[in-house]
Structure formats: C-alpha cells, structure tokens
Ligand binder design. Structure first.
Ligand code: CMC
Length: 430
C-alpha cells in the first residue's frame, strides 16, 4: 500500500507537494509539514498551536471529544482507584508500574532525597515575608542547579535519573518551606517514615513545639489530586519545559521555567482564580449575573475552572476531584463554596452558550475547595499543582533527551513590522 499523503497546492505557482500522514496509536493522525519551507518556501502559521503536534510522545494520551485520559496506556480512573501517587511517578518516569520490589526501592530513593541542602534554607530569608509562594518556588527550583551540579551531565542517563529523583523528592519540601516562610514559622524537616503526601502535610503544618499527626483523609485526598495532576501531555508548562530543554539547558532551569508558565490563570493558576471567583460571586443569587458576564463577548470575564483546549467533554479529572471533594467535606464540614460551585456547574451546563462551545468544568474547578478544606491557603494552590506536575515535566524532559533527532525548538513568525528603512540622525527624529 502506498504511503498516505495529503497534497498541498500553492495556487500562486501551481506547485503541488505531497505531505506524508503519520498515524498515531490513538487520536488524530498528523501531517508532517517539515518539508514545506524547502518545497514551497512557506511556513505553517498556527498561533496558540491549536493545530500543531510539537513532538511524538509515549507518556500520556488524552481524548478530547470522549473526555478520556491515560498515563502510559492506563485509564486515569483505574490509576486513581488502584495506585498511589508514588506508583504513578514510577509509571510516568520509567514507563511501567512498579512491582513490589521496584516500589520499595523507588519509595526509598525518593524518601532519601527529600532534604534540601542546608544553604538553600537561607534563600527563603531573602524573600519578603509576603512573597507569593510561586515566586519563591520559581527562584528556589532554578537555584537547585547551583547545589547539585555533580550530576548535571544531561547526556548521561544516570545523571538524568538522579536529577529526576531529586526534583520529585525535593519539590514538596520546597513547597512547604515557601508556606512556612509566609506564615513566619520555622522550616520543618521531612520525616522518612511518612508517605510522599503525608510528608507534604507534615512539613506544612507541623511545628517544632508539639507532636503532629498527619490526617489520613488529607493525605489520601492529596494523593488523589496529585495523581490527577501528574501529567497532561503537551500542555503549556510541559511544552515550556521541553522548549527550554531543547537548548541543552540544565533540568532544574527547565523545571523552573515550567513552574513560571504554570502560574498563569489560564493554566495552573486557575485553581487559585476559581476560589477567588467563587468568593467574588458570593451567593447563588448572583450566579445568573456572572454567567451573563461570561457570555458577554464585550466583557473579558471568564468562568474560571471551565473550558479546556483539548477536552470537548467533561474533563475526566474533574469528576474524580468532585468525588474527592465530597469525601473531604464530609470530614471537614461543608463549605458554602461547594454548594455555590455545584449550582454554578449546574446552571452553566444547561446554558446554550456553554453547550455550544462544549465548555465543561475542568480539573481546577473543584480542587481549590479541597485545598481550602485542608487548611491550605489560596496562594499555595498552584504550588501544589507544581509539586504534582513535576514528575510529568521531568518525564517529558527525559523522553526528549533520548530522542535521536532532537532539535532546538525554534518557531518561526509572520513578520508584521515596518518595511526596511534608513536610520535618521538623532536631531531629525520626531
Ligand atoms: N468562560 C467563558 N467563556 C469561555 C471560557 C470560560 N471559562 N473558556 C472558553 N470560553 C469561550 C471563549 O470566549 C470562546 O468563545 P467564542 O468562540 O465565542 O470566541 C470559546 O469559548 C473558545 O475559547 P478559547 O479561548 O478559544 O479556547 P482555548 O482553547 O484557547 O482556551 C482555556 C482554553 C482553558 C484557556 C479557556 O477555556 C479558559 O480561559 N478557561 C478558564 C481558565 C481555566 O479554567 N484554566 C484551566 C485549564 S485546565 C488546567 C490546566 O491546564 O492547568
């Protein structure tokens, strides 16, 4: 059978070019346009990359129209029901779920990398007491390269893996230190007898003055949230990590770039924005007014926690987060914001504007309510997302580093500036 192609005709010249079509295991086939500049002298133009696959990846697949998500081929619902976050880290990083012995070893490795170099603690003293924790996290994560340059040869597979372990292990310790700095309490050292999420709860909320017991409901809720946030194929922050990594930049710098990108309200900052917006809406009586604002094309207001570039159906993660939300609130007492969120979801899902555009609640719609119930402040929500997503970022970075034809990521542009002109002398300039 001949190779599948799509033919592009340049009607200025009549020249035809056959572009080869490459099948994907799931999802849309892709057209290889790399030959366009040479064959036709043209570049593709695709702002926001709405029609562009930037790479081939074997890590995560999401089916937008069906609302399905898989890590390494396993459906997210099964992973969330049967595995712990640390098993998911192993799966994303190594390609397979661990067996009992692999899990024991992996847990041990991650646990024994959770401490920070003691000098790093001094960094926090340099930040203003009310610094946003995402600002601190960007800086501190980038600085890790200054401490762990013993294993920074990006062409060495062992160095890459140790760096991945260090990042996964140290992110919760950094997150908790950001929080402690904000509340003016001493940074707490992690404990090797606690689980990954147990340690995060402990290092955030324990103080040196008394014993602290981690609540299993909080630990389990975080574990589920982290599984759901662990990876999401070529989202903005992952693409940022890949782009930074394509230059040969060190992995700590790449992950810091990912943290910075995640911070935006259209991406990971949405969980913080959702909670602020629910507070702004205030009561069920005001929902209609805010839904009308969201539908008004002349008003930039958007319902935060709604919509997704790829999902044109329910975000499968949102269903699972909603279930977890109910469990957490059963223990910690109901939150009027939950009732407000459910009413808002209900009204929006029945509204023609949202139906037509296939806008459904996304993963961030309910996650903030869980964090709030657990006593985590709003400005820490995106930090929690960053901790969970680190394994996804570093898995993509590792995948990219082993590609045989890896190239620097360098998009082109369609120039819209002034035409060529001469520089006028200073006195003649207006
Ligand atoms: N509220 C109201 N209208 C919306 C919303 C929303 N949340 N999202 C999209 N629309 C409208 C938009 O105005 C446009 O309408 P029209 O066709 O009339 O111009 C249409 O739906 C398509 O929107 P778009 O902006 O072209 O879609 P996009 O794929 O570029 O943007 C998005 C995706 C997630 C940035 C966007 O839906 C959004 O801003 N949502 C709110 C922020 C949010 O919840 N982000 C978290 C995403 S999930 C977690 C993560 O990735 O970190």
């Amino acid at each position: 059978m001949s190779e599948a192609t799509v033919t592009v005709t340049d009607n200025r010249t009549g020249k035809n070019v056959a572009l080869s079509i490459k099948d994907s295991v799931y999802g849309e086939a892709v057209v290889d346009i790399a030959g366009l500049p040479k064959e036709l002298g043209l570049f593709s133009y695709d702002p926001g990359f709405v029609a562009t696959a930037s790479c081939t990846s074997a890590i995560t697949f999401l089916d937008g129209p069906k609302g399905e998500l898989m890590y390494r081929g396993y459906p997210i619902e099964q992973l969330a029901g049967k595995c712990s976050y640390i098993e998911i880290c192993h799966l994303l990083l190594n390609g397979e779920l661990p067996n009992t012995e692999q899990l024991r070893k992996f847990k041990h490795t991650i646990t024994y990398h959770t401490m920070l170099n003691e000098s790093l603690r001094n960094f926090f003293n340099g930040f203003n007491y009310d610094a946003h924790p995402m600002a601190m996290m960007c800086g501190v994560v980038g600085s890790l390269a200054a401490f762990y340059h013993d294993k920074l040869d990006i062409h060495d597979a062992e160095h890459r893996m140790i760096t991945a372990h260090r990042l996964i292990a140290k992110m919760p310790t950094i997150a908790a230190a950001c929080y402690k700095h904000n509340v003016g309490q001493p940074i707490i050292y992690p404990r090797n007898d606690l689980s990954y999420c147990g340690n995060l709860v402990y290092t955030m909320f324990a103080t040196p003055c008394e014993d602290y017991e981690v609540d299993p409901v909080a630990e389990e809720a975080l574990d589920i949230l982290f599984i759901l946030h662990a990876d999401h194929e070529q989202n903005a922050s992952t693409s940022t990590v890949r782009l930074a990594g394509s230059t040969g930049a060190n992995p700590y710098a790449c992950i810091a770039a990912g943290v910075a990108c995640l911070w935006g309200p259209a991406h990971g900052g949405a969980n913080e924005a959702v909670l602020k917006q629910l507070a702004q809406i205030g009561s069920v009586a005001n929902i209609d007014r805010y839904v009308a604002k969201a539908k008004d094309r002349n008003d930039p207001f958007r319902l935060m926690g709604f919509g997704h570039r790829v999902y044109r159906n329910f975000d499968p993660r949102a269903r699972l987060v909603k279930e977890t939300c109910h469990k957490v609130l059963a223990k910690y007492g109901n939150d009027p914001l939950m009732e407000l969120a459910m009413r808002l979801e209900d009204i929006a899902l029945k509204d023609e504007f949202f139906i037509e555009r296939k806008l459904y609640p996304n993963v961030d719609f309910y996650s903030g309510i869980i964090y709030k119930a657990l006593g985590i402040p709003v400005n820490m929500f995106t930090v929690m997302f960053a901790v969970a997503r680190t394994v996804g970022w570093i898995s993509h970075w590792m995948e990219m580093m082993t590609e045989p034809n890896q190239k620097i990521g360098r998009p082109r542009q369609s120039y819209s500036g002034p035409q060529k002109r001469d520089v006028p002398p200073l006195v003649e300039r207006k």
